[in-house]
Design a protein around this ligand. Structure first.
Ligand SMILES: C[S@@+](CC[C@H](N)C(=O)[O-])C[C@H]1O[C@@H](n2cnc3c(N)ncnc32)[C@H](O)[C@@H]1O
Length: 214
């Protein structure tokens, strides 16, 4: 896969193999961005109460029964990973080639087989999914200060950016599917996508999950 056209979007970054991990080196801040499912933060979260993770409360509901989930916006795979630890099977989509390459490398290194990653535009696939739940976490604008404190977010802003219409488009297609539930992650104070009031909500400090039961 030729990643050079994507890399040239921001010359501050260069691709490197860092401690055997496919990573992007940010020259200015001298840091590496890579996917690490063994990070302290994820280990802590995954070993605590996995069903208490807000994303899992949202996708599994009260029954807490494992299910099949289409993650339309895989990104760094954190949400996919947390959802997969409930025993659910995840089909994750990532359309950005650089993001896909980093995530694929992370999944291979961690030997995770409950997440099936596809390098495709979820918009084209979501209507026909066989999964019971559709999960959408689109990019949204962040203020510069919070992006600067989060290296992964800085990277996403540089290479993916804010995709203004994506939430609406994915949601519109998801509503046409046979899935029983759609969950959309939103900034806490954001308006509802398509101005559609959710069936229920889970609100955290940093994000909100709007749940649409069909
Ligand atoms: C906010 S990030 C998701 C973060 C992710 N939930 C996590 O836990 O790391 C959004 C990601 O979705 C991807 N994306 C956006 N629209 C997409 C689409 N239509 N199909 C596939 N991937 C998409 C972007 O490239 C970006 O990597």
């Amino acid at each position: 896969m030729d990643l050079n056209p994507v890399l040239s979007q921001d010359t501050n970054y260069q691709i490197e193999l860092f401690e055997n991990k496919l990573s992007l080196y940010q020259k200015q801040d001298k840091h590496h961005v890579f996917v690490d499912f063994n990070s302290k933060q994820l280990n802590f979260r995954s070993q605590a109460h996995i069903n208490a993770e807000l994303v899992n409360k949202a996708v599994l509901g009260k029954k807490k029964q494992a299910t099949t989930i289409m993650d339309c916006t895989a990104g760094f795979g954190k949400d996919s990973y947390l959802m997969s630890l409930t025993g659910s099977q995840i089909i994750a989509y990532e359309s950005n080639p650089l993001m896909y390459a980093l995530l694929k490398d992370g999944l291979n290194r961690a030997n995770i087989d409950t997440i099936s990653l596809r390098k495709k535009d979820a918009l084209k696939e979501v209507k026909n999914t066989d999964c019971e739940v559709i999960y959408i976490d689109p990019m949204y604008p962040t203020n510069k200060k919070s992006a600067k404190n989060n290296k992964h977010m800085m990277f996403l802003q540089a290479f993916v950016g804010h995709q203004a219409e994506m939430a609406e488009q994915l949601f519109t297609q998801a509503l046409l599917s046979k899935a029983k539930k759609i969950v959309i992650k939103r900034p806490v104070k954001a308006a509802y996508v398509l101005a559609k009031k959710p069936t229920s909500q889970i609100v955290g400090k940093a994000a909100r999950f709007d749940i649409y039961a069909k």
